[in-house]
Ligand binder design. Sequence first.
Ligand code: PLP
Length: 397
Amino acid sequence: MASCISEKMFALTQKNSAVREMFEEGNRLAKLYGRENVYDFSLGNPNFPAPAKVKDAVFDVLNNEPSTMVHGYMSNAGYPDVRQTIAESLNKRFETAFSADNILMTAGAAGGLNVILKTLLNPGDEVLAFAPYFLEYGNYIANYDGVLKVIPANLPSFQPDPKALEAALTERTKAVIINTPNNPTGVIYPAETIEALGAVLEKKSREFGHPIFILSDEPYRELAYDGAIVPWVTKLYRNTIVCYSWSKSLSLPGERIGYLVIPSEIDDYPLVFDAASIATRVLGFVNAPSLMQRTVMRCFDEKTNVNGYDSNRKALFSGLKAAGYECAEPQGAFYMWVKTPCDDKEFAQRAKKYNILVVPGTSFACPGYVRVAYCVSPQTIAGALPGFEKLAEDLGL
Ligand code: PLP
């Protein structure tokens, strides 16, 4: 008998996310062997707690702001004072000139990406992403009947290649998603690379007679190591829209809070901003969670625990290198991208023998690697390294 659910959703039920699958597998192994004996590197769920200031801010909002405001409806774009505070904070950091009219509050980066894709895409429009990429992009683009086109990985640097971008662009290309610092590779794109991508997009926008947007997906902006600079993309390419999120920077992934930056300089501003506000409404978000909007406004000076992630990064990197694995030291985010001496799915399978869970690169459209998420406790890394060593021996490294 035919299923009563939609064909699109039926297809999704048949291919569950590998990341989520590993996460469920972790729960299963934890029941069998105890949570402390399972080394789950599958999910980008920050291990460090949100800064204490976040909790204080929540109470401050609840105790001191009128309940009808905190829990009430508001403009779909979010509270004007929150948006103005964000604009001013960005202006201070990046020498920009944003106002509240350029900031639209979202339910995290995922919410922001969906809002902007809904705003921009007609059925059949193409969106490009560089492999390896966060696999949900494909689902988000398909939500609006767009077509994801993947630009093959540029080995060994994993930096986006402007020539490959040029070759992939067509008259149907509406946008290119970039993600720096990158999930899953940990690379940061330098300003010159983004400028070179922008030059290609400008040339092709002129040729095709319509703008091609950069959607800069930035949940890892604050996670950069060794003083690495994460360039501010709107200054490097005019038609850029930024998707930001506090999921990783303040360890708040369950709270669903972020924002879009829609600069006044882009083509068709303010129509794009108005349409994105309406998209927020008609997608059913209506507005980003109000308590969190008021909370993050009080937490701009809070710092991500970069030192904690950095010490995890160093411990994991040196341990894996000593065991014979090939990987580059990540410059940002909290993922190690490790070359596998066998098929990546087989590697992930064999790692389970040592209660180690990692995600095959195939899940990021880049076989031959696995992603090891090191947003875990230092004990998890220390506990897993002997297993990684045994696995390396099994595989003849
Ligand atoms: N984009 C990338 C590259 C991610 O890694 C994630 C989450 O892991 C998201 C977007 C979604 O983030 P959020 O929780 O803010 O929706």
